[in-house]
Write a protein of this length. Structure first.
Length: 260
């Protein structure tokens, strides 16, 4: 029975995250319908995320083989979605625990220190939990030590990064009521410093007019799909039609396979 609970139930990341969501809904005193709905939606969302991760890993694996054949070098794709996909498959339970306990650590730090920042950007919290679990696991850490240390690091990052940018947020918005919850804050901090020295406060990027014909590029999924298609089309001819159709596409035209 213990093995059933620990391995088959709590060992499933989707169920684990769903249970934490249920606890949160119960603490908010939500009614039965909202609790069931919220719990199931959380579980389904995590399952869908895992499915997307599998698709992404498959696409990156194919691209790596084509790139290797074309240029005879091992390509590295510095993409956070790739890390998320791999961590979801290999360290799903650890990632889920680091995410949940990292959020708890964030709340405790915000409650008992002067850093009153609560990080609400959920998908970035997941991204960082995946990254931390992947990096820490390469050092040999596992189990409780991985989860505890990862949760503490995540909780600290969730208050430090908003605090770094708050002087610029205060200057731009004129208030202290909001903060930026994003783990790209070091880059934004550098941009803010450069902008404060060389920028023009009278001109805003919001004033830049983008042609309506290119408006579809604002959609992240569309722009990402086009970018991947272009990369495949560039690399595929170098790998060769015969290699792709015999080794990868099972006879499908190599250009059509690259697009799909």
């Amino acid at each position: 029975m213990f093995d059933l609970i620990m391995k088959d139930i709590l060992g499933q990341p989707a169920i684990l995250v769903g249970l934490f969501a249920m606890c949160g809904l119960l603490l908010q005193k939500k009614n039965f319908a909202d609790t069931v709905s919220g719990t199931l939606k959380t579980i389904m969302g995590f399952v869908v995320l895992g499915g997307g991760a599998t698709i992404l890993i498959g696409a990156l694996d194919v691209f790596g083989k084509i790139f290797d054949k074309a240029f005879h070098i091992k390509g590295i794709i510095p993409n956070n979605e790739a890390v998320v996909a791999i961590a979801q498959q290999t360290l799903g339970t650890e990632t889920a625990l680091i995410m949940v306990f990292g959020m708890i650590a964030n709340l405790l730090i915000a409650r008992f220190t002067r850093f009153k920042y609560v990080f609400l950007t959920g998908h970035h919290t997941l991204f960082m939990a995946c990254l931390i679990s992947a990096v820490f696991s390469t050092t040999g850490m596992k189990g409780a030590s991985l989860v505890i240390s990862g949760s503490i690091i995540l909780g600290l990052l969730m208050v430090i990064f908003p605090a770094l940018l708050q002087p610029y947020v205060r200057k731009i918005t004129g208030m202290d009521d909001i903060a930026i919850g994003h783990f790209g804050s070091v880059g934004y901090l550098a941009a803010g410093f450069v902008g404060s020295k060389f920028g023009n406060k009278e001109k805003s990027t919001e004033q830049i007019k983008v042609p309506k014909s290119l408006g579809f590029l604002r959609d992240t999924s569309v722009s990402m799909s086009l970018t991947m298609a272009v990369l495949f089309f560039i690399v595929a001819p170098f790998a060769g039609k015969n290699f792709i159709e015999t080794e990868l596409s099972n006879g499908q035209n190599y250009l059509v396979y690259s697009f799909m």
